[in-house]
Design a protein around this ligand. Structure first.
Ligand code: GDP
Ligand code: MG
Length: 411
């Protein structure tokens, strides 16, 4: 009997325990449900916040593009206005000097050449006007306007020589040139030349080497390093790594002069500098520009901003009347599906600036065909520029087998 009572008590105890356990399970499940609901609420909230931020990011990127374009057009206008302002100041100074030559007033109260306001004030005084009227004959007015026109002309770019007028542009394709071009080849590949190396030429080839410095200018990623590799006949890097400082590449290019049939080896030292490094270190651009003979201004056909930036580049890297050979190169022409610059844009640019524009793209296949026209134009421009610098007579380097002549000095 007592055993039966013990069993009943144990059963009662177990039932209570079961009941309590079930109660706890119910509470835990309710808690889990509330946590699940809370977490899904948080997840929804996060998803909607992410979507909102994504929208804001998209808008910001669109705004960025818009403002980048606006900024480059502001810079372009600023560059144009700076040139115009410079011209106006020079014209004013010129006029002031002309007037001073014809009167005593300027000599009595000289105005500083930088003080344009002072010069204008002088020119505007009625007494001065009278002096001008009294002393300036019609012939003098004509001569003054001619001087101003000459001054204006000096701000225009020196036009490049017509292609083929100085060198034989198809010579590199002819059998006659093979012996010379073999000197810059190693088997079928182009030979890479170090800074102190030069092609080894046999004594019977009477050839001179002329040296020039060429700066490659353009926005980051536009293809400056790739162009230097292309011109040297090297493989083009697939990935874009910003060039960390100045890199130089030596390219030899033989040409035959049209006038006397003489063969010259052009040694072009290409200077390529990463845009970020240029911005960060002020001393880099002056060293790239120091005694530079030619500048290649690059834009990419797939990046309109780089095309619109050309005028800034030209204004930043050169003076209107300097005697530096300037060529424009449009890169990534092979990616015509993504082109952002039309033929009409290029034509319009050429009309305004009077500079030749070259197109490059696709892989290097080792032949000279793809780099020939650009290297020929560079060589022709450089030789023509030197001819102009030394006067009417064409400079003719001292002949002798394999002798080197330095780049002709500019005046
Ligand atoms: N398809 C194509 N890609 C190019 C061309 N030129 C450059 N690139 C690529 O554009 C990227 C940037 O070129 P890079 O020369 O390093 O630009 P840099 O910053 O101006 O020196 C690289 O990934 C190159 O492979 C071209 O003419 N065609
Ligand atoms: Mg680079």
């Amino acid at each position: 009997m007592s055993r039966f009572k013990t069993l009943v008590l144990a059963r009662e105890h177990l039932r209570k325990l079961t009941h309590q356990g079930q109660e706890k399970i119910r509470e835990a499940r309710a808690h889990l449900d509330s946590l699940t609901k809370e977490s899904s609420d948080v997840k929804m909230h996060l998803t909607s916040t992410t979507a909102q931020y994504q929208r804001q990011l998209d808008e910001a990127q669109q705004n960025l593009m818009h403002w980048e374009r606006t900024w480059s057009s502001i810079q372009k206008t600023a560059a144009e206005q700076t040139i115009f302002f410079g011209k106006t100041r020079m014209a004013c100074l010129n006029l002031y000097r002309n007037v001073c030559e014809r009167s005593q007033i300027g000599r009595q109260n000289p105005v500083h050449p930088e003080d344009t306001d002072g010069q204008l004030a002088m020119e505007n005084t009625s007494r001065f006007d009278e002096v001008i009227k009294k002393n300036t004959t019609r012939a003098q007015v004509v001569s003054m306007s001619r001087e101003n026109a000459e001054l204006e002309a000096s701000f225009r770019m020196v036009p490049p020589p017509p292609p083929g007028s100085v060198i034989l542009i198809d010579w590199y394709r002819s059998a006659d040139s093979k012996e010379y071009f073999n000197r810059i080849k190693n088997k079928k590949q182009r030979r890479l030349f170090g800074l102190l190396e030069a092609p080894v030429l046999p004594p019977h080839l009477s050839v001179d080497i002329v040296r020039y410095k060429v700066f490659i200018s353009g926005k980051s990623g536009v293809g400056k390093t790739a162009l230097a590799a292309r011109l040297a006949g090297l493989d083009i890097p697939n990935m874009h790594y910003e060039t960390t400082g100045i890199e130089t590449t030596v390219v030899f290019w033989p040409v035959k002069l049209r006038d006397n049939g003489q063969v010259l080896f052009f040694r072009l030292q290409l200077w390529d500098c990463g845009e970020n490094a240029l911005r960060r270190f002020d001393h880099l651009l002056p060293s790239c520009k120091e005694q530079v003979d030619a500048i290649l201004f690059l834009f990419s056909f797939t990046d309109r901003a780089s095309f619109e930036d050309l005028s800034n580049q030209i204004a930043r890297s050169s003076e209107p009347s300097d005697n530096i050979v300037k060529l424009v190169v449009g890169t990534k022409f092979d990616l015509f599906m993504h082109t952002d610059v039309t033929d009409q844009d290029v034509r319009k640019f050429q009309e305004v600036w009077g500079l030749p524009v070259f197109r490059t793209g696709a892989d290097v296949v080792g032949g000279f065909g793809e780099v020939g026209p650009l290297l020929n134009a560079l060589a022709e421009g450089l030789w023509h520029q030197d001819c102009l610098a030394v006067g009417a007579a064409r400079p003719s380097p001292v002949t002798g087998p394999g002798t080197e002549t330095g780049s002709m000095t500019r005046t």
